[in-house]
Ligand binder design. Structure first.
Ligand SMILES: Cc1cc2nc3c(=O)[nH]c(=O)nc-3n(C[C@H](O)[C@H](O)[C@H](O)COP(=O)(O)OP(=O)(O)OC[C@H]3O[C@@H](n4cnc5c(N)ncnc54)[C@H](O)[C@@H]3O)c2cc1C
Length: 406
């Protein structure tokens, strides 16, 4: 027997779970499929190495979905300042929440916290069905809908399928949607570290020859590091003994947080610039990393994905309220027009920044430092960048503005 839903979301990570949650709040009969049963509880320490900086717009979405209280209860860390500087010259940028209408610039949150809180909310909404473990291995399109075949033999069908199954999206490949992109030949090396000096609830980022090194504040006083390195260097740093790693890290930090005292497990993620050439197909939409993967230097990947989630949910709910079919390509194209341009703009900015700071030549370092200092001294430009980085742009989906869409 084939189970039927109005919408099936494949992938129960942050973006897929948020999409399903928004749709379910809107009364849409939705199934969320995830191949791994997500963790809901864990001991307070250690903090997980997968952490994301969430913007104000993302916070608005998660608040509207009802997930934010569960996240706060599990632990989030507000950051009030952001300091960015160039190791090769004297350029420096300082963003301060005092220059905004908010008491913080954003929050650092373990990815598993966001996922668990969203799944908790989904448990309480009657129109949502969470199916896990459930690995999609095949997808068919027929007259009545899209069919998804699970590894265990089950078959599910829906008017619309939303693929939120990550950067290597199997559904995107099954639909024959090509991607454009390239490898950076860089890794994002991540770890949790203890430092001698307080992080001061500040996100620190130092641009080095191989890429930026970020120290992101955590709720327990430790920092999460995201260090962009060439693939070879990253491999060699992963192999170092803890003490040797702490030494190279301390040197790379420029001493900004004093001595590096302790480090937990380390992992490295190969970085890619990639976007799906189409975000939609018949009865199919791509969201989050399935649609776009970007350099993590400004921590925008999942923030962009949550905007996708809010946008597609708003359009599906409106289409259903207007009693138009969810199979309509018209509203799906609207979703693509709404999100693709914004995502491409964000990805390209990250790409340009990464390339600009990868050039070690001193004249260019001096030039970019002069540019940084000019921006730092211009209240107007900084206010614009602040709002952009906080996700508070024009044409946001309702949820991102703190309004319900159902
Ligand atoms: C080092 C690093 C640091 C980062 N820091 C930040 C940051 O500070 N801020 C930020 O905004 N972004 C950050 N990002 C980006 C962010 O992590 C991603 O954008 C985000 O995780 C994407 O979420 P997603 O839900 O789209 O995909 P994923 O998190 O990849 O989730 C996809 C889900 O789909 C499931 N799935 C896959 N295939 C199937 C299948 N066939 N059947 C069923 N389920 C399936 C997977 O199990 C998974 O749970 C960072 C990335 C890196 C690498």
């Amino acid at each position: 027997m084939t189970d039927r839903y109005e919408v099936i979301v494949c992938g129960g990570g942050m973006v897929g779970a948020a999409t399903a949650c928004a749709l379910a709040h809107g009364g849409i009969k939705v199934a969320l499929l995830e191949r791994f049963n997500p963790e809901r509880q864990w001991p307070p320490e250690p903090i997980d190495i997968r952490v994301s900086a969430l913007t104000k717009a993302s916070q608005n979405i998660l608040e509207m979905l009802g997930a934010w209280p569960g996240m706060v209860q599990r632990g989030v860390c507000a950051y009030r300042d952001m300091r960015v500087w160039d190791a090769r010259a004297d350029g420096e940028l300082h963003f301060d929440c005092a220059d905004t209408a908010f008491s913080e610039l954003g929050h650092l949150v373990e990815n598993r916290v966001t996922v668990a809180a969203l799944w908790d909310v989904l448990d309480g909404i009657p129109s949502a069905t969470c199916i896990t473990p459930a690995k999609v291995v095949d997808m068919q399109l027929n007259e009545s809908g899209r069919q998804l075949h699970l590894e265990d033999g089950r078959i599910l069908e829906a008017d619309l399928v939303i693929a939120a199954d990550g950067r290597d999206s199997a559904l995107r490949k099954m639909a024959g949607i090509e991607v454009t992109g390239w490898d950076y030949h860089q890794d994002g090396l991540v770890a949790t570290v203890s430092t001698e000096n307080s992080h001061q609830f500040t996100a620190w980022q130092r641009f080095l020859d191989e890429g930026p090194l970020a120290f992101l504040p955590l709720k327990n006083g430790q920092c999460s590091i995201v260090w962009t390195l060439s693939s070879e260097t990253s491999k060699s740093y992963l192999a170092l003994a803890d003490n040797d790693f702490l030494q190279v890290l301390e040197q790379a930090s420029g001493g900004i947080l004093g001595k590096m005292l302790d480090v937990g497990p380390r992992a490295a993620f190969p970085l890619r610039f990639q976007y799906a050439n189409r975000y939609v197909d018949q009865r199919l939409a791509l969201c989050g990393d399935a649609a776009h993967a970007m350099h993590p230097l400004a921590g925008q990947g999942v923030n962009a994905g949550l905007l996708d989630a809010a946008a597609i949910a708003e359009l599906v709910i409106r289409t259903r309220q207007e009693q138009r079919p969810l199979s309509s390509l018209r509203f799906l194209r609207r979703y693509e027009r709404w999100r693709k341009g914004d995502n491409l703009m964000m990805m390209s900015s990250m790409d340009v920044l990464n390339k600009t700071y990868s050039v070690a030549a001193q004249p260019l370092a001096d030039l970019r430092s002069a540019g940084m200092n000019r921006v730092n001294n211009s209240a107007l430009v900084k206010a614009y960048l602040n709002r952009y980085a906080m996700g508070l742009r024009d044409d946001l989906p309702k949820l991102a503005k703190g309004q319900i869409c159902w």
